[in-house]
Design a protein around this ligand. Structure first.
Ligand code: SAM
Ligand code: SF4
Length: 330
């Protein structure tokens, strides 16, 4: 699949649920209304769509959410998608998780063919962890990370950098990742969804932070690419890479290779736009007719926008998009 700007679309981010056992301040409001079950695609429908995407050239699938591991029977979908990894049709099947259910599922993920996962972790302080996630427990996530490593999964930590909240902890997080031989990616907060915090107060531009880190850490720009928007730096003398995702301060859309499917079958061609194509309607109007889904997908790719335009304006704190991050999974 090639979009109008010549970009090859090979990466699908699949949000399998909008629900979550945490309520991270920057992602969700405390009282969220979740989608009714009738609107959510069944695991079989999700699998069929993935089958079509893979036929059309998707090589990497990342499950996300909400929290992907709270969806009932999610392991059965992961096992089925894992078969495409085992037969070589998919290069990678992976997951972004808050880690709360990892202890239970790590071995199953490995057996299904996953080798690397991302765990979102914004602080190593139990109290602050509770404050940021509202409902989460740090010890549970730490146990999950240990279980994942023990099962053979390579773990990358994703940390949303929040001014005045966890920005003084970035050095500690990097030191911990170096000691644990894990990669760390820092992410700028994005204005998605009306959460009850003032985004401008929390927004920490990462470009100056990187210069600050360079004064204390032996960071060397790396040509490594995970096929995503992160720019990487090796921490010399360690096995750790530091990634920076800077959607606010630096635009990386030129090399965008991804599309996003929500758990209701809406296909978003860009995280920063509201344009979407309703694949559930096609799927349910023409049951089992793969050609119809392929045609809808082809039309969708021809509408992929060139870039996003995120704005965090201290004078006007409305989100750039009303959609919450748990809809599309980041
Ligand atoms: N629940 C899983 C998790 O937290 O890893 C997967 C879904 S979560 C929406 C995916 C990623 O998006 C997480 O790393 C989270 O920190 C990040 N995220 C959520 N809201 C964000 C926002 N407004 N700006 C930047 N990143 C955000
Ligand atoms: Fe849940 Fe992930 Fe959003 Fe936190 S960032 S509320 S864990 S979906």
């Amino acid at each position: 699949m090639i979009d109008p700007f010549g970009r090859h679309i090979t990466y699908l981010r699949l949000s399998v649920t909008d629900r979550c056992d945490f309520r991270c301040q920057y992602c969700m409001a405390e009282n969220m209304t979740f989608l009714p079950k009738s609107e959510i695609l069944s695991l079989e429908e999700l699998e069929l769509l993935c089958h079509v995407f893979i036929r059309r050239g998707i090589k990497k699938i990342r499950l996300t959410g909400g929290e992907p591991l709270v969806r009932k029977n999610i392991i059965s979908l992961i096992r089925h998608l894992g078969e495409y990894v085992h037969n070589g049709e998919l290069d990678e099947l992976t997951l972004t998780t808050n880690g709360s259910q990892l202890e239970k599922y790590a071995a199953d993920l490995y057996a299904a063919g996953m080798r690397r996962i991302n765990v979102s972790l914004d602080t190593l302080e139990p109290e602050l962890f509770r404050t940021i996630t509202r409902w989460g427990r740090l010890d549970q996530v730490m146990q999950g990370i240990r279980a994942a490593k023990k099962a053979g999964l390579s773990v990358k930590i994703n940390m949303v950098a929040l001014k005045g909240i966890n920005d003084t902890e970035i050095d500690d997080m990097l030191a911990w990742c170096v000691a644990e031989e894990m990669d760390l990616t820092l992410i700028e907060t994005m204005p998605l969804g009306a959460v009850n915090v003032i985004r401008a107060d929390q927004y920490l531009p990462l470009a100056p932070k990187l210069e600050d880190l360079k004064s204390r850490w032996p960071l060397k720009a790396s040509s490594h690419s995970s096929g995503g928007p992160a720019r990487y730096y090796t921490v010399e003398g360690s096995k750790t890479k530091l990634g920076m995702i800077t959607p606010m301060s630096h635009n990386f859309c030129d090399s965008c290779n991804r599309i996003r499917l929500t758990c209701t079958g809406e296909l978003y061609m860009c995280l920063g736009h509201d344009d979407k194509v309703d694949l559930r309607q096609v799927l349910r109007a023409y049951p089992g007719d793969v050609a119809q889904v392929e045609e809808a997908l082809h039309n969708a790719i021809s509408q992929k926008p060139e870039r996003h335009y995120f704005i965090i304006d201290p004078q006007d704190d409305k989100p750039t998009l009303q959609r919450f991050m748990n809809t599309t999974g980041g």
